[in-house]
Write a protein of this length. Sequence first.
Length: 344
Amino acid sequence: MLFERVVRPALFRIGSGDAETAHEWTLKRLAGLPPAARRLLALRYAVRRPTTVFGVEFPNAVGLAAGVDKNGLALDAWPALGFGFVEVGTVTAHAQPGNPKPRLFRLRGSDAIVNRMGFNNEGAAALARRLEGHLALRKALTRGPSFPLGISLGKSKVTPLDEAVDDYLASYKLLRDYGDYFAVNVSSPNTPGLRSLQDRDSIDALLGALVGEKPILVKIAPDLTQAAIAELLEVCLARGAAGVIATNTTLSRDGLAAADVALGAEAGGLSGGPLTAKARDVVRFVHTETGGQLPIIGVGGLMTADDAERMFDAGASLVQVYSGFIYHGPALVRRIASAKKGQS
């Protein structure tokens, strides 16, 4: 209640209400949290409900979705806020500024966000340098349980589609030693042509190049037909993918509150409340279609602990939040993690 009544309104006023300015301001403050502050936050929000999925042990089943901390700036803050893992990125082989601003919009009446960020990030080499320093320091200073790190890989905008495999592989080689798992993002709607990489031949080539020593997951769009998802899943199983992340943002604008229709017309992917049922339906289909053979990270519209529990019931082994965290803060992470029983 404190977050929603006091903290969130204050954050939403930063930069005269510009969502990206507020996001960057908050990220910098989280990155600079002193150890004492992180310990106090952890006492309130951290939940220990261990679960092991695709060979990785997670302190709890709730992760921070890709897109919040693209460049790995605030890695020490996320476990203190209750998360069991974090996925950084999406990162590309080449540093890129992303799409022109403004490119991030809050649809408050719908608990939703529209973004067309365009994979803005400092590039794989810069992220590798940051992770190397961070992980070395953590190893020297801590003896507690590890905090798994996922890395979301995307295609550089300047790279032609027919060279996509080499582009993803370049990022993977630079970052291979630092991630506990890797997400192949072929489903963002904000990089031209990217979603075409979800077809059978393209995903087969990508997974053929990347699957190996580290778990590789494929992040899929909620807008695919069931037939297209089924075809993609066949390739994932045949190529030995470790799992699926379902789902990315949607191009649909169904379910918006009337007051949000005008702002919702902004180009980009929609996340948050309107995606809840759609993402859950995709998770259920993936689980049923694969007979539970592919672990699923469920993400999309998890705004309450009940939303998350339904996602687990649909077949997710882990969940991630983004919009829910923006609107409801770390208390939501704690509630979801506390409700989910651990497994091995």
